[in-house]
Design a protein around this ligand. Sequence first.
Ligand code: PMP
Length: 408
Amino acid sequence: TPSLDVAAIRADFPILSRQVHGRPLVYLDNAATSQTPRQVIAAFDAYYGGYNANIHRGLHTLADEATAAFEDTREAVRGFLNATDHREIVFTRGTTEAINLVANSWGRANLRAGDEVLISRLEHHSNIVPWQLLAAELGFTIKVIPVDARGVLDLDAYRALFTERTRLVAVNHVSNAFGTVNPVREMARVAHAHGARILVDGAQAVPHQAVDVRDIDADFYAFSGHKVYGPTGVGVLYGKAELLEAMPPWQGGGEMIATVSFEAGTTFAEIPHKFEAGTPAIAEVIALGEALRWVAGVGLDAIGAWEARLLAHSTQRVSGIEGLRILGTAPDKAGVLSFVVEGAHAQDIGLLIDQLGVAIRTGHHCAQPLLAQFGVDATCRASFAAYNTLEEIDVFAESLERVIGMVR
Ligand code: PMP
């Protein structure tokens, strides 16, 4: 089995040596955003201190260097997702923007009144609201793929939802609220058998497991840089080349055109540039490339195996706490421990445990439809990354017991 040198990994993250309220930081909010290794931080310095320039149009040396580094990252992302072609990689501001791009470009071109879109109850709001906004305009119907008491999608119900009007399935690969890993490969097979497309929100998957968009046969796959050891402000939309080529532009501006004329009209650039209007987050994209190299250097199999140990240890440590209920008990989970405690509000737990140096997330995790099914409006969520240790889990569990004792 692959193993991690966690001490060496931690040495790459300057932030992990800081204190919070006089105690060593225990950072367990990785599903919201992961911390950034020095190699990624250094990429910003190298760019702004060495070759800051706008890309693609310049003929000067700095513009060439910036363009090369930017396009190197596109190739790195292609490899990371095992996509066929670097033209299938579109840079966005994040997962949210990637999904909005698909909704506004593919959705407007392909969805009409009476059509049906299947969305799982496990979704983050960013894979619900863009479809609701569009449905209100175009008149298609949203049908919800149900989850069972473990937080597992009901695949029989999923199969039964399809009709001849089903055009799209929108589902996450891993749930940010519960950590459920969804069988997206099988779900894609079913969608395609019915002539529907599938968009996979991979924001919570790519930090924890190797993803192969060709093996999944995803039509679209989205993720964010800041959840995979990279910077904020950058994300990725993967789309099959033939789909992207057929899709109309979404945002207009510089970079995305071939020619612009008031008389003859405007023609658009080839993919992926057709979908990258304006100056992108150049430094962030380049830094994302560093993050993916860092992840590859450590190895996603080793990271996933280590996080499974962290999850098992934390599950075992909190299971004995009286009145604590874990939400999300799927057999296949990644990176997330979500729970509520009888007689203790999630917010109170979050605030008090922060006083002990432990960062967890409390709230609805942008998954209100899911939490509503479980009769809660907030949970506490500890989420893991490669640099977390078993000792940190112990500190978390002991701190949690202390905090519960205080609020009860
Ligand atoms: N989908 C999932 C599953 C997420 O966890 C998140 C971030 N919490 C998003 C989408 C949105 O990502 P971003 O805010 O980076 O666009």
